[in-house]
Design a protein around this ligand. Structure first.
Ligand SMILES: [Zn+2]
Length: 263
């Protein structure tokens, strides 16, 4: 498993070699979504955001059970996330009841779309981090004008208004939606349980059902929804939840067939 030490919200890659049969395994009791890889089988899962070092000894420790193999554990490094305060327009910081309902519906639609990423990987190349300086890291706690706190479950990258936003890998567009907080959103299912979501777009150039190749333009950067300025918010969903994109990109994902297309 890589990495062997993770922070809460980091993804873990499980690679099983030396078998031709699809392995069955669980992490903390949840089924792993294995796919065929160049050297055997692989699966990705998310470490719980609220996981603490104490959890190692507790029932909810990150243990991976694969049929026919000894139980493995992943060590957790305790993680505290940065605290920031954000001032936005009042209606965005303190949404009305109706807006709150819309936000919940938006979130449910995004989670539901990302869950459609199960099945065989549609990608053959490594995932590419979009360009741009980091404006806000994954996991940062934000305190808004009215005092409420929320955790940032994506990576904010600086992007000029109207600059191209490209798919981080091949996949299928599973959601195009105008969201209250996230603005114009595109979600791409890549298979293997992996999905990517792009927020605050000023324009969208794909439709639900479209297949995209790595690097295809999916829209233009902007600051729609609750954003203090133009940037790309990127979320990565894997089985178990959203993970830190900065920790996701280095994973050595190698789906079967990828050897042919990789240089
Ligand atoms: Zn963001």
């Amino acid at each position: 498993m890589t990495p062997s030490v993770v922070r809460p919200g980091d993804p873990v890659l499980v690679t099983v070699t030396g078998t031709r049969e699809l392995p069955h395994g669980t992490v903390n009791g949840k089924r792993l979504q294995f796919f065929a890889s160049r050297t055997g089988y692989q699966a990705v899962f998310a470490t719980a955001l609220d996981a603490t070092t104490d959890a190692i000894a507790a029932e909810d420790a990150v243990t991976v059970d694969i049929d026919g193999a000894p139980t493995q554990t992943v060590r957790l490094r305790s993680g505290t996330f940065a605290e920031t305060s954000v001032i936005v327009e009042d209606e965005l910081a303190n949404p009305s009841k109706a807006d709150r309902a819309r936000i919940d519906a938006d979130n449910a639609a995004i989670i539901h779309a990302a869950a459609r990423a199960s099945g065989e990987p549609q990608f053959a190349r490594p995932f590419r981090r979009p360009p741009g300086e980091v404006m806000s890291a994954f996991g940062t706690w934000r305190t808004f004008n009215d005092g409420h706190r929320s955790q940032h479950l994506g990576l904010d990258l600086f992007a000029r208004e109207g600059s191209r936003v490209n798919a981080i890998n091949a996949g299928t567009v599973v959601l195009v939606r105008d969201c209250f907080l996230a603005g114009n959103v595109v979600v791409i299912a890549h298979g293997g349980g992996i999905a990517s979501a792009y927020y605050h777009l000023s324009q969208i150039s794909v439709a639900e059902g479209d297949t995209v190749a790595p690097g295809d333009e999916i829209g233009r950067a902007g600051h729609t929804g609750r954003a203090t300025g133009p940037h790309l918010h990127l979320s990565i969903h894997v089985p178990g939840g959203m993970v830190n994109p900065a920790a996701f990109f280095p994973l050595q994902l190698a789906p079967a067939g990828s050897a042919v297309t990789q240089r």
